[in-house]
Design a protein around this ligand. Structure first.
Ligand code: F6R
Length: 241
């Protein structure tokens, strides 16, 4: 695992942006894996800036998001589709039909999970996957205990994850109990992983990620076995290392 340590969140977002722009520029058909949550917001803003300044185009890029809440429609402000549109897709030249998220409001969620895997494979697999880190080590919505060989699937969200995400909802009762997520096996197939971790709240998780043992009890620990992971952290997230 390559570690890049930067001063603060702003620098973290710029460094991550640099890696994504390189990927997009060095290939005429990049497949990017994307995440939601607070951590990549700065990255998306930086990428929008690069696009507006004419430094990069997303016309030939395909994107696959990691996850989506179950039972939440695309136009619901709490959906991850809505988040992606607002924070990134609406501001760049990525064609709509090249931006995929698991469809959380579909009738047959199991079938959708299977189809999502097929779509990723048919696109040639993910070149660069952006990840954030959950306090309990989750990646995507793969909670502790998820098998390392899991594929895209429907999950019951941990109470701790629902609490952490309640800040986006009127109350904790409004946070969905289920979601669709790429599996850990799916994530591990991406050619490159860029893992972004910011802030002192994540310091224990970073310590476990880097020095802990590889165990399904801490899903992100499997990344120690990936051939090409770049961990970008700010000083606060490194404070317990
Ligand atoms: C979201 C996702 C999650 C987040 C994680 C950290 O698509 O995959 O695993 O990356 O919950 O969230 P933040 O960045 O809000 O701390």
């Amino acid at each position: 695992m390559e570690m890049i340590s930067v001063k603060n969140y702003d620098e973290l977002s710029k460094k991550a942006c640099e890696l994504l722009v390189n990927q997009v520029k060095n290939s005429d058909s990049s497949v990017l894996g994307l995440a939601t949550g607070s951590t990549p917001e700065g990255l998306y803003q930086q990428l929008i800036n690069e696009y507006r300044n004419g430094h990069v185009s997303f016309g030939h890029v395909t994107t696959f998001n990691l996850d989506e809440y179950a039972g939440v429609a695309a136009d619901d402000p709490n959906s991850y589709r809505y988040y992606m549109n607002e924070k990134f897709f609406n501001h760049i030249d990525l064609p709509d039909e090249q931006a995929y998220l698991p469809p959380g409001d579909a009738v047959d969620l199991e079938k959708e999970c299977h189809d999502y895997e097929t779509l990723i494979a048919d696109s040639g697999y993910v070149d660069l996957q952006v990840l954030g880190l959950g306090l309990n080590g989750h990646i995507g919505f793969n909670e502790p205990g998820t098998p390392f060989d899991s594929r895209t699937h429907v999950v019951e969200l941990d109470e701790s994850t629902r609490e952490a995400n309640a800040r986006f909802f009127p109350s904790i009762d409004d946070v969905p109990k289920k979601a669709l997520t790429m599996g850990i096996g799916t994530i591990m197939e991406s050619r490159q992983v860029v893992l972004l971790v910011s802030g002192s709240k994540k310091a224990d998780a970073v310590k476990q990620l880097v020095h802990g043992k590889v165990t399904e009890d801490f899903p992100a620990s499997i990344l120690q076995k990936h051939q090409n992971v770049t961990l970008i952290t700010d000083e606060a997230a490194l404070s317990k290392l």
